[in-house]
Ligand binder design. Sequence first.
Ligand code: SF4
Ligand SMILES: [Zn+2]
Length: 166
Amino acid sequence: MWKPANSLYWQSKGECAKPENKDYVDLFFSSEISKKHEAKNLCFICPVRAECLQWALENKQLWGIWGGIDEFDLRRALSVSYTGEELKRKKPPRCPYCSARSYKLSVSTEKIPGGGRWTTAKIVTCANCNFSWRSRTSANAINAYKQEREERLRKSPEPPHTTSDS
Ligand code: SF4
Ligand SMILES: [Zn+2]
């Protein structure tokens, strides 16, 4: 379930915070593929991976590795460019936690107390792993994808068990 991720309480419990893993720290912002893999592998055994990923998405961290995914997947989950601007993608986001495809993702709306200009939040939830994150742009992309998919299916129904993001 989604909850506001505005606290860093989880950070001291992360694998990357352990003194024995201090050599990993530089890997999280490396551009070398092999180093990125090493960092991601540490994330995958981390007990606060979900909290870390949710915080990164909530706070639009668009660089580095957070919760086991790199900047490209962070931006894909949020449907934004490297400068944080909304992108209309042909391929909609996958679940950033378990990589489930878009048809597993659903969109809901929540009121934001004192939300000012934005009085509602769009929450995307994965039916596969129950991870959820807040993003208007990714929610819009998923809604558009689902509409397109329904339209496509109406015109030419897919055989059972074939699903595609493209
Ligand atoms: S998920 Fe990765 S980046 Fe996040 S706290 Fe754990 S080890 Fe560190
Ligand atoms: Zn998932």
